[in-house]
Design a protein around this ligand. Sequence first.
Ligand code: HEC
Length: 123
Amino acid sequence: MKVILLPILLMILGVNLLAQKNNSYEKGRTLYYENGCANCHGTNAEGSGYYPKLANKKKNFLTKKLNNFKNGIATTQKQEIMFTFAKSLSKEDIKNIVSFLVHFKKDDSGQYDVQEDLLGVDF
Ligand code: HEC
């Protein structure tokens, strides 16, 4: 009996963890677009010559950067642009946005026009 129960328990745990991860990704996705991050960093978080790419960067790096910006810490004047956008993010928001960016997958639905999604960039 125990032998049968164990895989079932593990499966339920696995599904739960997966759902949690997806939930965080979805929340982060909404936050990313609602907070205007896409206007500078791109619909696909791809960045441009001026704004850094964010998609699929390391979790610790992104978390550290966002927490620094939130706390008014920058190493260049250019980074200070981020203070305004990071200030209103809660710890939970940062966790979710980072989850979205770390696991970023391109939207292939054709729903979005990504040709002119970056401010001031000529394609
Ligand atoms: C007005 C344009 C603008 C908006 C909007 C914006 N950012 Fe930024 N972001 C920047 C600039 C400029 C930098 C600093 C680039 C540098 O260091 O050269 C930056 C840096 C970052 C970095 C550090 C990346 C790295 O590689 O150093 C992260 C993470 C980031 N932004 C996340 C976000 C998130 C999340 C949002 C939305 C809440 C957002 N940004 C909104 C312009 C913007």
